[in-house]
Design a protein around this ligand. Structure first.
Ligand SMILES: [Zn+2]
Length: 248
């Protein structure tokens, strides 16, 4: 989970439209939130990811569901309140169910910083930092072995392999065995790609960024790249963006 910045509400959702849709929902329970302009704005906000588990939406069985942070059955006036809507996968939306977030709050990634409530352990499980984090993990089953923990492990493992590969390439430059421009460019571009893969528009960016920044491999590679003048300002800029996403 990462912090999301909510954009302005869709222009189509004027005050009048909101009142009319809310009244319709109260009358007959119609799915008034199921509008293309609402879905489009939610998808843009989260870069097409579930706001809670960061899975990419749009693939089989992972279609976007419009999630009401405060449940629509109890808080009917918020059924199309822009600030109450989140993009969610079916799994997270289903787990959250009719839970009352006003009585028992969980993390709302639009209004609070997930890293204040959660951290990622070396075993790829989330651990809470406070009661809100704890309830979020339990309610949304954020340590679901098959759907989430296994996926995090695969991402982390592939990333560490990639870092080791680039450490080897850089060792050749350090020792003077291979110092061609081609090799140096390969390392610089490779590091840029490694960092870009963890930016906030990428799937599971909280996991990826945390594994990257906390790994000995990344820090060793960075040190060797600085030593051989391969570390650039672009790398520094990307690294600082990644650091903002980590769950440490
Ligand atoms: Zn989800």
């Amino acid at each position: 989970m990462i912090k999301l910045d909510r954009p302005q509400k869709p222009i189509e959702l004027t005050h009048e439209v909101q009142v009319s849709l809310t009244n319709k929902f109260k009358e007959d329970g119609n799915s008034v939130w199921s509008k293309e302009y609402i879905k489009k704005s939610l998808i843009e906000m989260s870069s097409n990811k579930c706001a809670f588990c960061e899975t990419l939406l749009g693939e089989e069985s992972k279609y976007l569901e419009v999630e009401h942070f405060h449940h629509k059955d109890k808080y009917k006036d918020e059924v199309v309140d822009w600030d109450n809507l989140l993009p969610s996968c079916r799994r997270c939306n289903g787990k959250k169910g009719t839970h009352d977030t006003k009585l028992e709050p969980i993390i709302n990634p639009c209004t609070s910083e997930p890293k204040n409530h959660l951290k990622l352990l070396m075993n790829y499980r989330f651990k809470h930092k406070d009661d809100i984090g704890n309830l979020s993990i339990i309610l949304l089953n954020l340590n679901d072995q098959d759907r989430l923990v296994k996926k995090r492990f695969e991402i982390g493992n592939a990333l560490l392999d990639k870092l080791l590969e680039y450490i080897e390439l850089t060792d050749d430059v350090v020792s003077g065995v291979q110092t061609s421009t081609k090799r140096k460019s390969k390392i610089k571009n490779g590091m840029e790609a490694i960092l870009r893969n963890g930016l906030k528009d990428k799937e599971y960016s909280a996991t990826y960024s945390t594994v990257l920044i906390q790994s000995e491999e990344f820090n060793e590679l960075k040190k060797k790249m600085i030593l051989t003048d391969l570390w650039t300002l672009e790398h520094t800029d990307l690294e600082s963006q990644i650091k903002n996403l980590t769950l440490c």
